[in-house]
Design a protein around this ligand. Structure first.
Ligand code: AMP
Length: 210
């Protein structure tokens, strides 16, 4: 049972790597972004509450986000990998009260690379699979290879929202990194490298946990 937090700027590959890790270690992939997007798609009360924040690329209020994570972790009976949570110090401290984190992995990339990756990203409207128009195009334009769903550009992958999300990330990340350095669980990876290389590097660290 391993409990992992994935940190990194939008576009650093958190979602992709989290899916790979969840499969290999048979742990639960918990993405707050996916939870919110699914709720918006299904027009739930939660979805209605959070839709405007996601559209603008702003953070959903802590009280709401923390309550969702607490609830999700309570139901989680195996290890987990958190993708997109925590996003600020408040959330980091709250997480500590519900789960002990074995490893916080920081996927590091530059702003320029993040903008390039996000603006070309296309996401499946049905299964959340992620493609890139240049580096990982679908076989058929705008159609998901996995489920034939329609590929869309997320509202928050449009230029103004991307800039907003990166600015928020930069304001909030250092205290989170400091917190995990203090706990001696932080590991940083160069996420500009190939997906399989980054994945292997993370697996080595997880395997070393014993
Ligand atoms: P992501 O898919 O992780 O980039 O998240 C997409 C959007 O969901 C973010 O821009 C926020 O609006 C919202 N969101 C996701 N995770 C959090 C979080 N931990 N705290 C607040 N808002 C979040």
């Amino acid at each position: 049972m391993v409990s992992i937090v994935l940190l990194g700027m939008q576009g650093s590959g958190k979602g992709t790597q989290a899916q790979l890790l969840a499969k290999k270690y048979q742990i639960q992939h918990i993405s707050t972004g996916d939870i919110f997007r699914d709720n918006i798609k299904n027009k739930t009360i939660l979805g209605q509450k959070v839709e405007a924040f996601l559209k603008k690329g702003e953070l959903v209020p802590d009280a709401l986000t923390i309550a969702i994570i607490e609830d999700t972790l309570k139901k989680c009976e195996k290890g987990f990998i958190l993708d997109g949570f925590p996003r600020n110090l408040e959330q980091t401290k709250a997480l500590d009260t519900v789960a002990a984190i074995d490893l916080a992995i920081n996927l590091q990339i530059t702003d320029k690379e993040a903008i390039k990756r996000l603006s070309g990203r296309r996401t499946c409207s049905q299964c959340n699979a992620v493609f890139h128009i240049e580096t990982n195009p679908p076989k058929k334009k705008d159609v998901c290879d996995k489920c034939n769903g329609r590929l869309i550009q997320r509202d928050d992958d449009k230029e103004d929202a991307i800039k907003n999300r990166i600015a928020i990330y930069k304001t909030n990340i250092q205290p989170i990194l400091d917190y995990y350095i203090e706990k001696d669980v932080l590991f940083t990876v160069d996420a500009t490298k190939r997906i399989d290389y980054v994945f292997e590097e993370m697996c080595d660290v997880i395997d070393a946990l014993g």
